[in-house]
Design a protein around this ligand. Sequence first.
Ligand code: GLY
Length: 372
Amino acid sequence: MKSEILIIGGGIIGLSIARELDQRGLSGIMVVEQGYCGEQSSWAAAGMLGAQAETDEPGDMLSFCVESRSMYPELAGSLLDDTGIDIELDQKGTLYLAFDDDDAARISQRVRWQRNAGLEALTLSGPETRRTEPFVSPEVIGGALFPNDWQVDNRKLLSALRRYADLRGITVVEQTTVNSLNISNGVVTGAGTSTGEISADRTIIATGAWTSLIKIGAFPVPIAVKPIRGQMIAFRTAKRLFERVVYSTNGYMVPRADGRVLIGATSEDVGFNKDISAIATAGLIETASKIAPALGSLPVIEEWAGLRPAGPDRMPILGEFSGVRGLYVATGHYRNGILLAPRTAELIADLMIDGGRSPYLDAFSPDRFRIS
Ligand code: GLY
């Protein structure tokens, strides 16, 4: 098979890059996915756009998250126009709960540095927190509100991106595993796959947790990305009890428009294993009960697990490897693949089309892990 641009990986990152390149007028785009598009980590995610709830300090990661989050209203509108799929961008914000003085101190500190960084964040008293979300636990002593940390339905987002690819004639090849990239005189020229050779002028690795399994020629790709399992559960409430995403130090709760309430998530270094365990489910039910006691007595309607792609410093890995031409990488998004997809796609497209050198390409360069 022949392509001009070969994107390896049909998850949120690969499909977002395919869309961005198509929108910029590039053709001959092919996405190769080892299973079915969007059915791994992107499907398992909770869809939180938690730039402020999930980032622990100011810096490149915070600004990258905030910039990507701000792209979602336009992305949601454009996907609805192009595909007819509503990705359910919900802009009601995120509430962070404090159950004790340590939580309260940590949350106030987060609000302080974020306000100093020019972001909207409010500290709330216990009664203010409960007025904001009446079904949270009476044990809550305070909280913080991040009005611009939103959520989307990640499964609908993936369906929309997949449909976009079909409508635009982007070639999508599923159930095909890339074993190794073909390299000649320092230039990547395509890939050898389980169903044959694919030639490409430019190749993008967007393989998330599976990145380190790919070889360049005979050598493993020089990036250590490992899977970190996250198990989740969902309840259903007869009517919507919560307006916002709710975080706590033990886990989070994501209320969906269809009445489902998602609870996440474990963080387990157990390799490529997506089993769900009774212990984890029990722990997640406990987390739910702690956040909102009303949830604890409901039946669990769904349990699932996904694999977060974790690089050595848990930051994204974006750009080119020095000394290798025709190859780009966009992986290692760890807990924030859904959040970071639009800005990642823009950054990779800028680099591929105009050679755009964003400072993020230095901060998140794959070369940062090289020993010499
Ligand atoms: N971003 C939430 C998680 O990875 O569990």
